[in-house]
Design a protein around this ligand. Sequence first.
Ligand SMILES: [Zn+2]
Length: 104
Amino acid sequence: MTRFPVEAYTPGFGDPVPRHRRNPRRAYDPAGREITPATIANSMENGVVALRVECPCGHEAEIPIERFPPESFVPDAGLRLRCERCGAKAPKIEPVWPRVSERR
Ligand SMILES: [Zn+2]
């Protein structure tokens, strides 16, 4: 289970978006309105230390979160990345939370 920041559950904004026009990197509320994603800065405040990058070829890496622009959206962070092994673009990314034992 992935733990999402609290703001992932806030209601969306604007008009409902039809299913076929939705952005796969955005969440939508039950009414179909787009929910503003967490930014890199939000995630750092919430304790995320890195983004785990997974490619369909099986290559995985963790990139320290401070290497991303603070104002950019977390779901878009993978867009600028390319797999080191197979060269595929925009691998899947996931926030990395520290282990409970490592928290201060
Ligand atoms: Zn790959």
